[in-house]
Design a protein around this ligand. Structure first.
Ligand code: MG
Length: 169
């Protein structure tokens, strides 16, 4: 019989199109840019991918189930709040985040100057060390919707651990 190690991995992915006249928020950080992203919330594509990775790891559905974009309560909401609520959902199910690694796919703007601030914001929302939050970024060399500067995509993986020594959820 195999012993459950009390670990789960998660995978998340999201895309949002650019929209003029909106603030750009990525990883919980406001970034000066000529356009933001379209979406019901603050359209933080990076945090949405992280939320889905966490929810997926715990097999708790996805961000659309818990924070539906039809619900006026979530209009314009900070995705950092969605991330905090996601961590609370995990905690209620007996899990806690341990590590996140995410990748932004964006032709513009440059991510590197803001990466550490994003890592810090994600870490703070999840209550984990910034050293446990990795963030990489890449362009797509002009190819596809990212390359045409039509939007930004994000991928995230995470590791969650069973909280405390309680029974398996
Ligand atoms: Mg989204």
């Amino acid at each position: 019989m195999t012993t459950d190690p009390g670990l789960r991995v998660g995978l998340g992915f999201d895309v949002h199109p650019f929209a003029p006249g909106r603030p750009l928020v990525l990883g919980g950080v406001a970034i000066p840019h000529e356009a933001g992203l379209a979406g019901h919330s603050d359209a933080d594509v990076l945090l949405h991918a992280v939320c889905d990775a966490l929810l997926g790891a715990a097999a708790l559905g996805d961000i659309g189930v818990h924070f539906p974009d039809r619900d006026p309560a979530f209009r314009g909401i900070s995705s950092l709040e969605l991330l905090r609520r996601t961590a609370a959902l995990l905690a209620a199910a007996g899990w806690r985040p341990f590590q996140v690694n995410a990748c932004l796919l964006a032709e513009v703007p440059r991510i590197a100057p803001h990466a550490d601030a994003m890592r810090g914001a994600i870490a703070a929302a999840l209550g984990i060390p910034a050293a446990n939050v990795g963030l990489t970024a890449t362009t797509t060399e002009g190819l596809g919707f990212v390359g045409r500067r039509e939007g930004i995509a994000a991928q995230a993986v995470c590791l969650i651990v069973r909280d405390g020594g309680g029974a398996a959820p």
